[in-house]
Design a protein around this ligand. Structure first.
Ligand code: IDP
Ligand code: MG
Length: 137
């Protein structure tokens, strides 16, 4: 069993597709082990995406992530990290495979509907960033 962190980004929350995205997880063997809706501060978003701080798109990414509330979940299941990445589809929705979350709900590479941890180690760190142990079950 693995756990991974998912964020339903401001574009998808604003569009009213929280439920449709959660259904993709639950219908594909990923249990929702923790969940909350939050408005990130600039400091939150900068810290969460610190690994991208040197990238040219960093400021746009932070602006976008604080543009509205997000829904943060811990997903649990077999191969949860990879399974979630498969369900998400490619970073650029134009390259995302049909039937993936980004192909179905995202507009462009900035507003791309979801975040998902990309490794088990990052999943652990990202889960700890948002949740305490007692919030996960
Ligand atoms: P991921 O979300 O598929 O893991 P990352 O490479 O980790 O993709 O990038 C984090 C986020 O930064 C992406 O989801 C996307 O919103 C944004 N991003 C990545 N590359 C670009 C780019 O080339 N232009 C604009 N935004 C980008
Ligand atoms: Mg990433």
């Amino acid at each position: 069993m693995e756990q991974t962190l998912s964020i339903i980004k401001p574009d998808a929350v604003a569009k009213g597709v929280i439920g449709k995205i959660l259904d993709r997880f639950e219908s594909n063997g990923l249990k929702i082990a923790a969940m909350k809706k939050v408005q990130l501060s600039r400091q939150d978003a900068e810290a969460f995406y610190a690994v991208h701080a040197a990238r040219p798109f960093f400021n746009d990414l932070v602006d976008f992530m604080v543009s509205g509330p997000v829904v943060v979940t811990v997903l649990e299941g077999e191969n949860a990290v990879l399974k979630n990445r498969d369900l998400m589809g490619a970073t650029n929705p134009k390259e995302a495979a049909p039937g993936t979350i980004r192909a179905d709900f995202a507009e462009n590479i900035d507003a791309n509907a979801v975040h998902g941890s990309d490794s088990l180690e990052n999943a652990r760190n990202e889960i700890a960033f948002f949740f305490s142990g007692r919030e996960i079950s």
